[in-house]
Ligand binder design. Structure first.
Ligand code: GUN
Length: 297
């Protein structure tokens, strides 16, 4: 079998066009321009690339982008003061603090100082609790993007057995909550799961988010299953350079799966598109306006 390729890059491009239409309508109908503030502390090269890309896409869909780059010596008090200022700023509808933060800063404290209504990452404990209890929340961007791809491919996910590999607060746990919300039977597996290949072999849907390059092998996959690869790992390439791979061994899994996301061009582009979608959702909620369909769950 040759798996259907779930083209996240194309899906995300379409989603951004829909978002741009909503942004234009908000401005024309209500004089409101959604604004996203991104805070980067320190010089982590990967984070700098992400933040630049987020800023560019924010402007491309017609929203306002506010970038705050702080030195890695920034004190917790100064960072909390900036977040308080952004919380109070009516032009800012979404706030994202890029993770990881330098070690002297308490990430939980910082994230939980963001107004939950502006928490477009969905990491604030209020949003985690709302999602876990099936209430209206801000939903973390990467799992939201994965769910959109899964719904688009399958329609209903009800009754499917989903195995999520990885238990992070950013992906694994919220992914499991979203799949449960769509009536999947959900298993959260992780690095300590006994006989992981046998567990994964039971899955109709596999979401790999462990951060181990090409860990999931083709003989772990039930024929016809859907494989969502959240991993982004840089490894040595044959030509002496480097290349990006996921947590899934693409070639062996694509030979068995019914559908699979590539790396790059799968989940990655969905994450930023969903960040923009969350900013529009937050903006509409703040203004007491009807939320556009299809931007969140
Ligand atoms: N670092 C890696 N992924 C993310 C994310 O989704 N949000 C934030 N804020 N930081 C990240």
């Amino acid at each position: 079998m040759n798996a259907h390729v779930l083209d996240g890059k194309a899906f995300a491009a379409k989603l951004r066009i829909t978002i741009a239409d909503h942004v234009a309508a908000l401005q024309a109908g209500h004089g409101i321009v959604p604004g996203l503030a991104v805070v980067l502390v320190g010089e982590d090269p990967a984070s700098q690339v992400y933040v630049r890309s987020k800023g560019k896409m924010t402007v491309e869909v017609g929203m306002r982008s506010f970038e705050h780059r702080l030195p890695d010596t920034t004190s917790e008090a100064d960072l909390l003061a900036l977040i308080a200022q952004l919380n109070a700023d009516p032009a800012v509808h979404g706030i994202l603090v890029q993770l990881p933060l330098p070690g002297h800063l308490n990430s939980d404290l910082v994230i939980n100082s963001i107004d939950p209504a502006k928490d477009v990452d969905g990491f604030h404990i209020s949003n985690v609790g709302l999602l876990g209890t099936g209430q209206k929340a801000m939903v973390p961007c990467t799992p939201l993007g994965c769910l959109m791809l899964l719904r688009d491919h399958h329609g209903s996910l009800a009754g499917k057995h989903a195995v999520v590999i990885g238990r992070s607060n950013i992906v694994g746990k919220p992914m499991a909550q979203l799949l449960l919300g769509d009536s999947c039977t959900v298993t959260i597996a992780h690095s300590r799961t006994a006989d992981l290949p046998a567990m994964v072999r039971q899955a109709d849907i596999v979401v790999a988010a462990v951060g181990r390059p090409q860990m999931v092998q083709g003989d772990w996959i039930k024929p016809g299953a859907t494989v969502i690869d959240v991993g982004i790992n840089r490894i040595a390439a044959d030509d002496g350079g480097t290349r990006l791979v996921g947590d899934v061994d693409y070639d062996s899994c694509a030979a068995v799966a019914g559908a699979i996301t590539p790396v790059p061009g799968g989940v990655g582009p969905m994450t930023i598109a969903c960040l923009l979608a969350n900013t529009v959702t937050a903006c509409c909620r703040a203004g007491g306006l009807a939320e556009p369909e299809g931007l969140t769950v």
